[in-house]
Design a protein around this ligand. Sequence first.
Ligand SMILES: *Cc1c(COP(=O)(O)O)cnc(C)c1O
Length: 370
Amino acid sequence: MTIRVWDYLTEYGAEEADLLDAVRTVFASGQLVLGPAVEGFERAFADFHGVRHAVGVDNGTNAVELALRSAGVGPGDEVVTVSNTAAPTVVAIDAIGAVPVFVDVRDDDTYLMDVAQVRDAITPRTRAVLPVHLYGQCVEMEPLTTLAAEAGIAVVEDCAQAHAARHHGRLAGTFGRTAAYSFYPTKVLGAYGDGGAVLTDDDEAAARTRRLRYYGMERTYYVVERPALNSRLDAVQAEILRRKLGRLDDYVAARREVARRYDEALAGTDLVLPAVAPGNEHSYYLYVVRHPERDLVLKHLAERGIALTVSYPWPVHTMSGFAHLGVPRGSLPVTEAAAEEIFSLPMYPHLSPEIQDTVIENLLDVLRDL
Ligand SMILES: *Cc1c(COP(=O)(O)O)cnc(C)c1O
């Protein structure tokens, strides 16, 4: 049996009765699109964060697009973000016809946006800054929100990896004008299929997001004001997510325990372990380590039946699909160097100590024999 970075079947085994009951509830409700399941999850997700609005959408990529558009970003506007993210962060900017502008990340093993570089990246065309709370911990938000307020630009948070992460006690997703979530199955709060949400305290941004996900209509009027998308959260996924939201704190606690065991077992090796930035409570979407012989380590582990992955092997600015941005290799040195050396260890709430110990033992063996 191959050991993988992520697996949901143990969780499914433990929660099957509740999950299938969620499916039955929606099928028997008489309302298959939007309706009480979606509204119920939206209310619960907003309340969890202590904000006024959550709008369920069909996936995290469209959540980023709608969060940006609802915050006022349009064609030709510049959006400051990072290149070491899931490509959809940048695909969403591109889908609007907006222009991504990249800053580098901090050289402190957190791989988070270097907020000190944002000021120089702002031009008269900048409309928003899009921090990515990468791997489950928050970008330094106080200087960023202050800077954005001074510059008159919106902060839009990409929270796809940071459900329930806290920064100086405050939840991710509560700092920006809007925030985007993905509920892709691997995420800290994962659906059994696709899903996403936009979170906001701003009534107008929430109303705009609701129009944008519904063809550009106010639901009751059947009139398109400005053509938009169909980007609704599926009702079955919403009901599953509402139930799983009640277990989110337990999932995060389990992820932290997995991280603690790795921290303890791998201290003193040649691996660079993930750093937690000051003030952060990490949700550990991923446990990312670093080694100069990364490719060799992964090859030896694969031979032992442990298939690890790299998030992400290619910074977005080096991808052929973004060559038109004209951002040369070498321009984001910390991002580019990290991409050569990082890799992810198995991380999910139901990872058993036995499987984790197998990973640790094999990894220690491989490192010793390099
Ligand atoms: C997963 C992810 C997305 C995209 O979410 P999907 O639901 O897969 O569309 C966007 N941004 C980040 C940082 C992600 O990790």
